[in-house]
Design a protein around this ligand. Structure first.
Ligand SMILES: [Zn+2]
Length: 425
């Protein structure tokens, strides 16, 4: 009986120790659900979505017992941003289009309430783009909506012509872009003089003669954004830094929000899980956890940080940025893994991965300005960016929901990162 009691006690202790020392995938899933919930509204600029996320993250840091550098976990900064807090109506001919499903509004679109004549360029016109341009200058097209359909042609010159119209449009009252695959939204720090409407190609009736756009955008000057930053003190004064952006695209009108489960509730929750872990397992290097805002608006939070660091950048041994890490069915990619001067870091990741058989494949990519590691890299701080591969996820789309995440690489990535921290010199 005593033996049995000992066995149960030991097993219990073993499990609780294991619990203390490992990743917590259930907690991560919970956090992703919260961050991607409608209340958080896509962690953007409408209904305090971004603020709610900042407060939630700070609370999690406090519960974990992380220290902060200043008086709080927040680092504030400001930028201008175009937002869409109100209902958006779009009518193609007489049929009402469904926001988020049939269409999205270009992020730089201004307030408009107008009806436009559909202008479908015919192939004759397009075959002679010079003639077409001459025509443009002569005629007033302000009441017309120019329809761009990249999939309509294989001709690279016509595609270029379309891109130039998109970029330099001063002629048409409205631009309609037909999207052959999934719709993609973005954030803009500027506001244009004309609206852009992105319509799913299959939802667009080519016989329609008119399009009615009714939208109100609000250009917010000096939006108050916050990075959320905490740390665990290690034996050394030097830092390893885990980063992820917690902002996303927010809300497009009353009916649509972009949950951003993969992009980047997944990375945010991952960093919080690492924070939990290191608050219970004192590391050799000090470890900072930086959750940035404004990544989607142009790496704004991380750029602000490197210009206004909370401790000397030279104390950072390495930055590991996690952005879109909720799958892993096909392994992971390490951006900067193949860049000059990253041999040592790459070799260590590769060695740890092989020794532990975490992933069947880890890919190395060269330099890229595609996430928050980049401003650090530019400042000469060693910084890599890891994303997971495989699974079916949706990029910058209302379908980027928690249920699309497979977490297939979660435990492996957690093992890889904690071993990296242990072994990195
Ligand atoms: Zn992202």
């Amino acid at each position: 009986m005593f033996k049995l009691y000992c066995f149960i006690l030991c097993t219990f202790l073993l499990f609780s120790v294991a619990d203390l020392n490992a990743q917590n995938i259930e907690k991560t899933k919970e956090r992703i659900e919260i961050l991607a919930s409608p209340e958080f509204g896509g962690r953007g600029y409408v209904n305090y979505g971004g603020d709610l996320a900042a407060v939630f993250i700070a609370e999690q840091m406090e519960i974990a017992g992380l220290k902060h550098f200043g008086e709080s976990y927040f680092q504030e900064f400001k930028y201008d941003v175009n937002t869409f807090p109100n209902k958006i109506n779009l009518k193609l001919h007489n049929s009402t289009m469904i926001p988020g499903t049939d269409f999205l509004i270009g992020a730089a679109s201004p307030t408009v309430k107008s009806k436009y004549q559909i202008f479908l360029p015919d192939s004759l016109l397009l075959n002679d783009t010079v003639k077409f341009l001459a025509e443009l200058v002569k005629t007033d097209y302000k009441e017309k909506a120019f329809v761009i359909d990249y999939a309509q042609t294989q001709n690279i010159d016509i595609k270029k012509f379309y891109i130039n119209i998109m970029r330099y449009n001063r002629w048409f009252g409205c631009i309609v872009e037909l999207i052959p695959e999934e719709l993609m939204w973005s954030v803009s720090t500027k506001v244009e003089t004309y609206p852009v409407v992105k319509i799913k190609r299959e939802s667009f009736d080519k016989k329609a003669k008119t399009i009615k756009v009714n939208l109100k955008s609000e250009y917010v000057k000096d939006y108050e954004a916050r990075n959320v930053i905490g740390y665990v003190e290690g034996e050394k004064e030097e830092f390893i830094v885990f980063t992820a952006h917690y902002d996303h695209l927010g809300r497009m009108g009353k009916d649509v929000y972009i949950p951003g489960a993969q992009d980047n509730a997944s990375g945010t929750a991952f960093v919080l899980d690492l924070a939990d872990y290191y608050s219970k397992n004192k590391p050799e290097y000090s470890i900072a956890f930086m959750l940035f805002f404004g990544e989607e608006a142009g790496l704004l939070g991380s750029s602000y940080y490197v210009m206004n660091p909370l401790f000397e950048l030279s104390k950072i041994k390495a930055v590991v940025n996690l952005d879109m890490v909720g799958t892993g069915d096909d392994g992971i990619t390490i951006v900067n893994g193949a860049a000059e001067d990253y041999k040592e870091i790459w070799n260590l990741f590769d060695k740890i991965n092989n020794e532990n058989e975490f992933f069947t494949e880890i890919k190395a990519r060269g330099e890229s300005a595609n996430s928050d590691h980049y401003p650090f890299h530019l400042m000469g701080v060693k910084a890599i960016f890891i994303y997971s591969m495989g699974g079916k996820t949706y990029y910058h789309n209302p379908k980027d929901k928690p249920e699309t995440l497979t977490y297939t690489g979660y435990n492996q990535l957690f093992g890889l990162l904690t071993k990296f921290v242990e072994e990195y010199e």
